[in-house]
Design a protein around this ligand. Structure first.
Ligand SMILES: O=C(O)C1=C[C@@H](OP(=O)(O)O)[C@@H](O)[C@H](O)C1
Ligand SMILES: C=C(OP(=O)(O)O)C(=O)O
Length: 436
């Protein structure tokens, strides 16, 4: 069941060859966020689930393996058909003896903290060195009032995290939404299995709101009812059961962004089939942002097409779409005038500090960037080639690869880091070279 491994995933560096224009349909893999939600939900279901069109990448493979460690389900990954089979074993969830390791997968780690709260015993959850810097404290604090003892082993709010479970009472808790929406999503999913109803009160403004909508949509599809008061309060009634069956995952909107960016900066057309107007993925909003910059967009029920145009800078609040900020920053480097991207503090605690990384790497290409704590201004110009460091961050590698399609001499260090969310990324880039 092993898939073809692109040799570029183990290369030290890759020189991107430029392209005169594009006119392509591009196949993007399944949504990372929907696949993660489907795995989490299926791991709590008492019926088998078949996740079709799933993203099979480093993050989701770590997650599928991790949920199986609790013994309540088995997981089987079929690379050829891109299906993940999650099958209940009939056994209760039990804390695994071995540490649960999820690499650089932030969403899975955050989801696992609340899942472990449902398992008898103490679970230790850990990840890469960068993961051990990423914040979890707000989620740990919110679990306490629900009856769960979840602590950072080193007392710093970051992994390794130890969760003593089997005591998920439910009740009322408060959570901050200022750092990550994943904490709220994590509570929403696992509290379905709490002993009593769970009331989750947001004490401040929630960042990355579309991801909570995706969680609610996934829960609703599994037959789960959640009451809400906007983004201030969510109540999850106890005693509900997750439906199994088939779940079909739509293409990943963040992965799509690189190909929309290619059309924007090269000129020509790119169409992404299988995603359109009905999508809850917030990153689809990049289409409108690029249209405001001068590109031409056409969104139907089941496809998104972007055509190039004369690009100009804009002011844009990107709080709802953090993952496509690096993509937008690269497009902005080719636009006329400044692009001010605001409300993006959460980028500092992703796979790398993405505000710092994008600033450093665009400056290497000769672009003026003003860096702020929670914002960036990119002054469009004529980027030149450079060797791009990628900081073990798939999104930095992918967005600068697109710059390399337009600008000679872009070299991407560690091109294999794309495997976190898009192991076929370099093949998808190749597909742009086959004019359709
Ligand atoms: O819930 C999710 O699937 C995600 C939420 C976002 O994180 P934050 O809520 O931390 O911004 C996003 O950056 C991440 O890639 C996926
Ligand atoms: C931030 C990301 O992922 P995560 O938080 O799940 O590691 C991402 O994929 O851009």
């Amino acid at each position: 069941m092993t898939a073809f491994q692109d040799p570029r995933l183990s290369a030290e560096r890759l020189t991107v060859e430029t392209l005169a224009g594009v006119d392509s349909d591009v196949a993007v893999l399944g949504s990372k966020s929907y696949t993660n939600r489907a795995i989490a939900i299926a791991s709590l279901a008492d019926e088998p689930t078949e996740i079709r069109g799933a993203l099979i990448s480093d993050d989701t493979v770590y997650f599928a393996n991790a949920v199986a460690q609790f013994g309540h389900v088995t997981t089987e990954i079929d690379h050829d058909t891109r299906t993940i089979h999650v099958t209940p074993t009939g056994k209760p969830m039990k804390a695994p003896e071995a540490e649960v390791y999820v690499g650089a997968a932030g969403t899975p780690l955050r989801f696992l903290i609340s899942l472990a709260a449902l398992a008898e015993g103490t679970t230790t959850i850990n990840g890469t060195a960068r993961m051990q810097e990423r914040p979890m404290g707000d989620l740990l604090a919110a679990l306490g009032p629900l009856g769960v003892d979840a602590v950072a082993v080193r007392g710093n709010g970051s992994p390794p995290i130890q969760v003593t479970g089997g005591t998920f009472r439910g009740g009322r808790t408060e959570i901050s939404g200022a750092v990550s929406s994943q904490f709220t999503s994590s509570l929403l999913i696992s509290s379905v299995k709490a002993e009593q109803d769970t009331e989750i009160n947001l004490v401040d403004d929630l960042v990355s709101k579309p991801y909570v909508e995706m969680t609610l949509a996934s829960l609703a599809a599994a037959g789960i009812r959640v009451e809400r008061d906007g983004y201030a309060r969510f109540t999850v009634p106890a005693g509900q059961f997750f439906k199994g069956g088939q779940v079909t995952v739509e293409p990943d909107a963040s992965g799509m962004s690189y190909f929309l960016a290619a059309a924007a900066i090269l000129g020509g057309r790119v169409t992404i089939p299988g995603i359109g107007t009905g999508s809850h993925q917030g990153d689809v909003g990049l289409v409108d942002v690029l249209a405001r910059m001068g590109a031409h967009a056409e969104v139907t029920e089941d496809s998104i097409t972007l055509k190039g145009g004369d690009l100009h800078g804009i002011d844009v609040d990107m709080e709802a779409m953090p993952d496509v900020v690096p993509t937008l920053a690269v497009v902005a480097a080719y636009a006329e005038g400044p692009t001010r991207i605001t409300n993006i503090a959460s980028l500092r605690v992703k796979e790398c500090d993405r505000i710092a990384a994008v600033t450093t790497e665009l400056r290497k290409m000769g672009i003026q960037v003003d860096e702020y704590d929670d914002a960036m201004t990119i002054h469009g110009g004529t980027p030149h080639g450079a060797v791009i460091d990628t900081y073990d961050d798939h999104r930095i590698a992918m967005c600068f690869a697109i710059a390399g399609l337009r600008t000679e001499g872009v070299v991407i260090n560690d091109p294999g880091c794309v495997a976190k969310s898009f192991p076929t990324f370099w093949q998808a880039v190749d597909s742009l070279r086959e004019i359709s």
